[in-house]
Design a protein around this ligand. Structure first.
Ligand code: PEP
Ligand code: MN
Length: 368
């Protein structure tokens, strides 16, 4: 049984609450690494120091990391500042080099998680080691691929595993660098309830100004930690400059963060929550009964259209449904976007069902 947690190392820091991973996007120079470590050590809350040594950059001729020469700098962070270090690996060779320098944990980056061959190679190289491994979501919004990577690493016998939610590539214009698509992270937390999921607001937002609110959102959802890029002089960073913050700013964000409990032992709270939830349970049953009744009517409509050789899709009917239901729902104080989504699902299901009816048996007229 895999222990999907980083609890062993978290306890070492002897601090309850979420895990904090901080450090520069890239290990640029020995001075920059040590200066960041100094700033973070004084915060006294950092569980892991992060730094990229091999940097996956979108285009060549940008800084692609210092490679192995940066590992002794990071070892100094571990030895002199008592901060365990975490490094991104993208191959079995990277893992071997990290192990050689005694690096305490590794993470698999978003561009590596997408490739099952590479993940499997790393998993094979991890066999027999006891290094914790964190797995970032793949760059594309594919939950199965993310879970697949976690399973491959778990399959190698790695005992301490966590996931990192760093957002997803999207062609839409959003305020984010990588769209968070919180629903995917929520689905992962539902499918693997014992897995710790760490949020990376730096890569999600791509901008300093949104790190605090995105970190808070992750905490509100019950995520188990944060990975935040930190640099002594963020504007001069060699990679991801606009999203890095100073250790000082991290201290402010961390102290203002509202941490919520996953559950409560208070019997009054539990009784009241149970009472409200059982009312919701009854309403859900009523909703489903209503939908089932609607489907029975759709069956009659489908049969009738088929027998009269009428198309399933009737654009004017859809427009009318959208308009009337949206107005009705708005009067009930429901969000327009939410109504739109429900109507879309209802309509899609209606089309699917009527299509099935169309081909289920010959119509009365065809049979004549
Ligand atoms: C990073 O953490 O600096 C990084 C490159 O991450 P990602 O794999 O999320 O792009
Ligand atoms: Mn980065």
């Amino acid at each position: 049984m895999v222990n999907y947690s980083l609890s062993k190392l978290k306890n070492k820091a002897n601090r309850p609450g979420p895990l904090l991973i901080a450090g520069p996007c890239s290990a640029e120079t020995e001075d920059q690494v040590l200066l960041t470590a100094q700033g973070l050590q004084s915060l006294g809350q950092v569980d892991y120091f992060r730094a990229g040594v091999w940097k996956p950059r979108t285009r060549p001729n940008s800084f692609e990391g210092n490679g192995e020469i940066a590992l002794p700098w990071l070892k100094r962070v571990q030895d002199e500042f008592n901060l365990p270090v975490m490094v991104e690996i993208a191959s079995a060779d990277h893992l071997e080099r990290c192990l050689k320098y005694g690096i305490k944990a590794v993470w698999i980056g978003a561009r590596t998680t997408v490739n099952p061959f590479t993940v499997q190679e790393i998993a094979d190289a991890l066999k027999g080691t006891d290094i914790p491994v964190l797995i970032k979501n793949p760059i594309n919004p594919d939950l199965k691929l993310w879970i697949g990577a976690i399973e491959r690493i778990a399959g190698a016998g790695v005992k301490e595993i966590a996931a990192i939610h760093r957002g997803f590539q999207s062609y839409d214009n959003t305020v984010y660098r990588y769209a968070p698509k919180w629903d995917i992270a929520i689905e992962l937390m539902t499918e693997m309830p014992d897995l710790q999921v760490i949020c990376d607001p730096s890569h999600i937002t791509g901008k300093r100004s949104m790190i605090a609110e995105t970190s808070q959102k992750a905490m509100d959802l019950g995520m188990h930690g944060l990975m935040i890029e930190t640099h002594p002089d963020p504007d001069k960073a060699w990679s991801d400059a606009s999203q890095q913050i100073t250790p000082q700013r991290l201290t402010e964000i961390w102290s203002e963060l509202r941490i919520r409990n996953h559950s409560s032992d208070d019997p009054v709270f539990s009784t009241e929550l149970d009472r409200l939830r059982s009312m919701i349970d009854s309403i859900d049953e009523e909703l489903l009964e209503g939908i089932a009744k609607r489907m029975r009517l759709i069956e009659r409509v489908g049969n009738y259209k088929r027998d009269n050789n009428i198309t399933i899709f009737q654009p004017q009917r859809l427009s009318e449904i959208r308009e009337t239901r949206t107005n009705f729902g708005k009067k009930l104080k429901l969000e327009e976007e939410f109504i739109r989504k429900i109507l879309k699902d209802l309509h899609d299901e209606s089309i699917r069902f009527q299509t099935e009816i169309l081909y289920s048996s010959k119509s009365a007229k065809q049979a004549e």
